[in-house]
Design a protein around this ligand. Structure first.
Ligand code: PEP
Length: 258
């Protein structure tokens, strides 16, 4: 883990208006400063909805906050007749460092399959934005005991055509669907089992150096009270946090887990 900087990313989902978004970042920065958070030791990222990115960017740049921001989705295309879509080029202009691709809510509600997720991941890389690739099994797959092979299969499909030198920009988040927004957190051992398998498949494909450098996050009902146990596992390099990232005290507690 020594060579990987832990990453705590707050996925706000479809919540907050622009004033609430700015308020949340201000409070978060304030609390983290108070807790003497070491931003070099743990990277902090917020992922607002598209309509709030500009306000968050202005605040972060204006106050030189060491929090990074990103988006929750992007188009696989760079420009053109794609009504309602937002391109990687647009997000890059708004200073986005990260973008989520393949979140289970998009796979479910927008029927995004592995091919689309792969195209989105490639689009992010084209525009210098780090994709946070979400993978993870549903309850049925977990009950059948196929969670490792299922999740690893999603990783392989999403990384199709990606080159080894691009992998330093890729973050992978293991998010078991049954643990997202349910309060049902995977045990640290569950998280470790799949995160280690993800790192192994990255190693098989791109070599050990790439595998050692890639950050693998856990996501699913992470809170300040359960993050330390998860972060104690050697192959877990951070968390993708939904609900708890909307509460600045709680999210700051997650970021300051160490
Ligand atoms: C998520 O949406 O990525 C997530 C992990 O949500 P929650 O923390 O609310 O389970």
């Amino acid at each position: 883990r020594a060579e990987r900087t832990p990453l705590m990313a707050g996925n706000w989902k479809m919540n907050l208006d622009h004033r609430e978004a700015v308020h949340l970042v201000q409070k978060l920065a304030w609390i983290l400063q108070d807790k003497k958070h070491d931003f070099d030791a743990v990277e902090v990222v917020v992922l607002p909805s598209f309509t709030n990115i500009r306000s968050v960017q202005t605040l972060i740049d204006g106050d030189r906050l060491r929090i990074r921001h990103g988006a929750q989705d992007l188009s696989p295309h760079d420009k053109g007749a794609y009504t309602g879509d937002v391109s990687g080029a647009m997000l890059a202009k708004l200073g986005c460092s990260y973008v989520v691709v393949g979140h289970s809510e998009r796979r479910q509600h927008h029927r995004e399959d592995d091919t689309i997720v792969n195209a989105k991941l490639q689009a992010a890389l084209r525009h210098g934005i780090r994709p946070i690739l979400c993978v993870g099994e549903g309850l049925d797959v977990r009950k059948e005991g196929r969670h490792v092979e299922y999740t690893v299969g999603q990783v392989q499909a999403a990384l199709d055509g990606v080159k080894a030198e691009q992998m330093s920009d890729v973050v992978i988040a293991y998010e078991p669907v049954w643990a997202i927004g349910t309060g049902e957190v995977a045990t640290p051992d569950d998280a470790q089992e799949v995160c280690a398998a993800i790192r192994k498949v990255v190693g098989d494909r791109f070599g050990d150096d790439v595998a050692r450098g890639v950050r693998v996050l856990y996501g699913g009902s992470v809170k300040a009270s359960n993050v330390a146990g998860i972060m104690a596992k050697p192959d877990v390099d951070g968390a993708l946090v939904g609900g708890a990232s909307l509460d600045p005290e709680e999210f700051a507690g997650i970021c300051r887990y160490y």
